[in-house]
Design a protein around this ligand. Sequence first.
Ligand SMILES: [Zn+2]
Length: 313
Amino acid sequence: MVFLTGLFMQVTLTAAPFTATAIAQATQTEEMERRANVLRSLPEWAAKRQFGSQKTYAPMEARAIGSYARGCLAGAAALPEDGNHWQVMRLSRNRMWGHPDLIRYLESFARQAAREAGWSGILVGDISQPRGGPMLTGHASHQIGLDADVWLTPMPARKLSTAERENMSAVNMARPDWMDVDPAVWTPNHTKIIRLAARDERVHRIFVNPAIKKALCREAGNDRAWLRSVRPIWGHNYHFHIRMGCPAGMAGCEQQDEPPEGDGCGQELTDWLARQQKAIFGPKPPPGPPRPPPPPLSVDALPPLCREVLRAR
Ligand SMILES: [Zn+2]
């Protein structure tokens, strides 16, 4: 664990995509510090500030507005902290909100995971903020209440305490060279639970680390159609990310393109594994002069309806 933390701090400097993973695992204290730091330099009009300070949902008809990485959420529902087969992690972040269709889906997925994948249940990480929108820390997407992170650690048979939910870490599934999963922690049930999610017609895409996709490609056998929706991405070695499609007929919800044809186990995956290994272990470019960060996204850059979502009382 110590090794990994050090690794991520190093990598953060050169390969920004890995910061998302580090942030997903942050403890309550680390997360509070990060938020305070971001807020210090953020103007009033920044969408992150406006949406990041919302404490409860917008009482309007439920709508996912805009796109996964630029939008907001009206009429959100919260996933209850505990169900028979799920527990919500990192409660203090207040990111257990989603479009009601996603919340219903997660509740049924948790039951299914217990029945069909041999998990006692699931640990749920970030979904969305109460009104969606950009966040002060972590995640480019998760803005319209249709994305959810599920830990790759099964739910324990007991109820976790609040402190455990804030500070417990999930298990890194990647092998030390990041070219495959670590056989000491990866199990056949990991393949089963991801396959269950991928087969559900409500699910549009699933994001996992390239090392995990490699394992899934190997373990899928002859049944390969479900692999198409499982896409490699940076991070996602502690949790997998479930993305629902836009609810049927929902105007203003921007559906992502279908994933490319095929199982995605060929050249694309090989390239991803090489790119990731280079980012982690390759030579680091010499530090250049400090570059000012790009200006934050303003509320005006989101769909106009997001203003109403912010105002709704
Ligand atoms: Zn995610």
